[in-house]
Design a protein around this ligand. Structure first.
Ligand code: HEM
Length: 451
């Protein structure tokens, strides 16, 4: 995508919606599609949204039913928050259960509630700041690698670099020094396999699951030598159910750890990857971002408050996740009857919400297709429907790692933006790979210069 100067924002939009009540179903796409299971799903969703609007159905032959796709922020709020108790996670979760076992991403009901309650304190802002030195050290390693590239080939594989960065941060946050021990014992880091599987298919899921053995070994080491540790694994092992005083079994801890490795790595890596590509193709934004970072200097072991105080950096990251939300498809299934957009939803209906569509909804965004951090100017945020922006979902099942990832991304910006300038030698929009996460279909290589 060539660089496009930002057009002036349009006047505030009308977010209201006419009230209709209808026993009939919403309009249906003419063509059936295996929604969510094909590489074309995102294209089909986009095309159908352009044709049919806020609420439509697509027949899914393998399930023999129609999936509803809701994109109006009122419906987003209704499904994810107001009436969330009427929805399970549905089909999307069947796809990732092989990967994540019974971790909190896939579990439901009372078991999910218990696990979430026990894990929540580990993701508090104050706790996350304690990973500052890990985030910093790993960015220093990346800085050394990028510096060598800038003085050498002048080019860098950004996708691989940021993927490695995010993986190493979550692994060290989880296992602290035990990871180093495991790597020494095995003579390699078994988790590196995650970086090597380019496709996120069933074979990848099977290979990833083999890593559960290594996690089990790390849990056993920790149970034998628990003293004085601070990391996510220890927080999980020490967590107690407030009602019963129970702790998690080893199997439960293993599934939660596997969940955090997957959920905590690829999403963050994808945001960093897209952000660097967007900056490379929008020099005016990149310059303004660098100016903000120069003005504040090296924030050292920054607190969360230090980082979110950098308004333009946060706007850039928010805008990147608007255009390319890693969690691009949220799947839900209704338990009992419901009403959406005035239409009666039968029990057992698959209802999908795509943040990719919601974030490009022309009634809620002044320049839906343009990369413009101005979309997150306070006045625009104030005027917009609160549920028009949902990169971390919303309601009780919103992302537990939201603070963790924002801290990691914003600190990376502080450490890397002042040192490096990345440009795209062939500014062509990377193809989308919309599977579990929304990624670039291939690795993005960029020209790199040290500032
Ligand atoms: C840019 C980074 C990230 C994005 C965009 C993101 C997005 C999301 C979204 C959209 C969901 C909801 C999925 C659904 O309802 O179907 C979610 C859930 C979740 N995320 Fe994240 N995530 C990110 C980073 C992280 C990190 C760093 C961690 C852990 C360290 C994490 C752990 C989780 C977990 C465990 C859940 C399931 C929560 C539950 O169901 O109770 N995420 N994430």
């Amino acid at each position: 995508m060539p660089w496009v100067p930002c057009d002036p924002p349009l006047p505030p939009v009308n977010t209201g919606r006419p009230k209709i009540t209808s026993a009939t179903a919403p309009p249906s796409a003419l063509q059936p599609h295996e929604l969510g299971s094909t590489d074309e799903s995102i294209v089909v969703l986009r095309r159908t949204f352009d044709e049919l609007g806020d609420l439509f159905r697509i027949h899914v032959p393998s399930r023999g039913t129609s999936t509803w796709v809701a994109s109006h922020p009122d419906d987003v709020k209704h499904v994810l928050v107001t009436n969330h108790r009427n929805y399970t996670k549905g089909v999307g979760i069947d796809r990732v259960r092989l990967l994540l076992g019974r971790g909190i991403m896939t579990s439901e009901g009372e078991f999910w509630r218990r696990q979430r309650r026990m894990m929540q304190p580990a993701f508090h802002r104050r706790v996350i700041e304690r990973y500052a030195s890990i985030v910093r050290e790993e960015n220093e390693s990346l800085g050394a690698e990028w510096s060598a590239a800038a003085h050498g080939t002048g080019s860098v594989n950004v996708t691989l670099s940021v993927s490695r960065l995010a993986l190493r941060i979550i692994l060290r946050a989880l296992f602290d020094d035990d990871l180093r021990q495991l790597v020494t014992d095995l003579d390699h880091n078994p988790f590196v396999a995650i970086l090597q599987g380019a496709r996120r298919d069933t074979r990848f899921a099977y290979e990833f699951r083999q890593l559960a053995r290594e996690v089990k070994a790390l849990v056993a080491i920790r149970r034998a030598r628990p003293q004085g540790r601070f990391d996510l694994l220890q927080l999980l092992l020490d967590a107690r159910d407030a009602d019963t005083g129970e702790t998690m079994s080893d199997a439960e801890v293993v599934d939660e750890v596997m969940t955090l490795v997957v959920a905590g790595h690829e999403t963050t890596a994808s945001t960093l990857n897209w952000t660097w590509w967007l900056l490379a193709t929008h020099p005016a934004v990149a310059m303004r971002l660098a100016e903000e970072q120069y003005a504040v200097g090296d924030l050292g072991l920054a607190s969360y408050a230090d980082l979110i105080r950098l308004p333009y950096t946060r706007q850039v990251v928010d805008e990147s996740m608007r255009l390319y939300p890693p969690g691009w498809l949220l799947t839900r299934r209704s338990i009992g009857p419901d009403t959406l957009g005035g239409h009666a939803v039968p029990p057992g209906t698959d209802v999908f919400i795509s943040p990719y569509l919601v974030h490009r909804h022309p009634q809620h965004w002044s320049l839906p297709e343009t990369f413009d951090p101005g979309h997150f100017d306070p006045a625009q945020v104030e005027a917009r429907h609160a549920f028009a922006y949902i990169p971390f979902a919303a309601g009780p099942r919103h992302c537990i790692g939201q603070n963790f990832s924002l801290y990691e991304i914003l600190l990376h910006c502080n450490l890397a933006v002042r040192r490096f300038q990345l440009t795209d030698p062939q500014p062509v929009q990377p193809a989308l790979e919309a599977r579990i996460n929304l990624r670039t279909a291939g690795d993005v290589h960029m020209r790199i210069e040290q500032r």
